[in-house]
Design a protein around this ligand. Structure first.
Ligand code: UDP
Ligand code: MG
Length: 319
């Protein structure tokens, strides 16, 4: 049963009943020239339209290649991807949006790039066919994400990506974190590449995300930075900022004390005095927060969770 495939294609679908039959037909046409050893995994993310019926129909026409996973309720794209990754048996795992905006003809280009020894190749909707507001806010989002994470990509949130199996299976996805997959993968030490992809207009169905998503998006970026970079050392992160605040507060406190003792009054420095007290309080809070975080890391056992990061053992085998 658990036979390895050359290629798995994971498609999250939320109310995409009209698009799926076209998409599968297009994918099959492209894959026919590459291999017959593939699977298309469609994850129905709690759709309220006829998406499930569409998947069942596709399955009854081709049960060798189609796999359907059905969520009873809408859990979000990241969770749908995770379910697909868990099921996938391909050496190379693709993700594609279900809305026909990604063009399956790009699949061979992804394969060529990943063969050049990349672990993850991300699509770049260079000429994006969405609304002006969406395109502009997305550019802004990508600029900030690239700056903060130091991952040099133009388009983090492109649904069209190719992964070496291990990379996809190691991703800890939930909520809206699919937008930061390249950041998460890079922080695990994987090599990330990018290729421009042909992007098409949505014909059927509606976009599930408005520009508002980018506001929540920045909170998610903070989460990713915290979880990947500072997760193992919260005392350094919070403690670092806390120590700076505490030191400045202490210096101000000493200065005010000096003024009071030498001149008999604080010389109208009340605002500075208050700022000093505030800094000391915030500093102590942050340092304590870091120490509490440190306890969580200890309890969760994550500090010793190095296994996902090992890619090779050099070791003499016992007889
Ligand atoms: N999607 C999903 N669950 C959701 C929202 C979206 O599985 O809760 C899927 C959707 O069906 C599509 C992909 O995620 O295949 C991208 O969604 P959409 O096209 O609406 O986003 P956009 O291209 O507008 O950024
Ligand atoms: Mg779309």
């Amino acid at each position: 049963m658990n036979n390895i495939k050359e290629i798995s294609i994971v498609i999250p679908a939320y109310n995409e009943s009209e698009n799926l039959p076209f998409l599968c037909a297009e994918i099959k046409q492209v894959l026919n020239d590459i291999t017959d050893n593939y699977e298309i995994i469609i994850v129905n993310d709690g759709s309220s339209d006829k998406t499930q019926e569409a998947i069942e129909k596709l399955f009854s026409n081709d049960n060798r290649h189609i796999i359907g996973i059905n969520f009873r309720s809408n859990l979000g794209k990241a969770t749908a991807l995770k379910a697909g990754f868990t099921e996938a048996r391909g050496k190379i795992i693709f993700t594609m949006d279900a809305d026909l905006q990604d063009d399956p003809k790009e699949i061979p280009n992804f394969l060529t790039k990943i063969e050049k020894d990349y672990d993850l190749v991300s699509g770049w909707k260079k000429d994006r066919k969405d609304s002006f507001i969406k395109n502009t806010s997305s550019k802004f989002f990508n600029f900030i994400t690239s700056r903060l994470s130091r991952v040099k990509l133009h388009d983090f949130n492109c649904g069209f990506k190719a992964y070496k199996s291990e990379v996809a299976k190691n991703l800890d996805l939930y909520g809206q974190l699919h937008r930061y997959i390249p950041v998460m993968a890079r922080n695990q030490g994987y090599k990330i590449g990018e290729i421009p992809v042909h992007h098409r207009k949505r014909k059927f169905g509606k976009s599930k995300y408005g520009p508002i998503r980018f506001i929540n998006g920045f909170l998610d970026l903070l989460t990713v930075m915290m979880l990947t970079k500072y997760f193992k050392r919260p005392a350094h992160f919070f403690g670092g900022i806390g120590s700076v605040a505490l030191s400045i507060g202490a210096i101000i406190g000493l200065y005010i004390t000096f003024l009071r003792l030498s001149t008999g009054s604080i010389q109208g420095r009340l605002p500075l005095f208050i700022a000093g007290i505030l800094l000391i309080m915030v500093g102590v809070q942050l340092i304590s927060l870091g120490l509490i975080g440190e306890m969580f890391v200890k309890i969760s056992g994550k500090e010793g969770n190095y296994k996902k990061n090992i890619n090779k053992y050099i070791k003499k085998h016992d007889k």
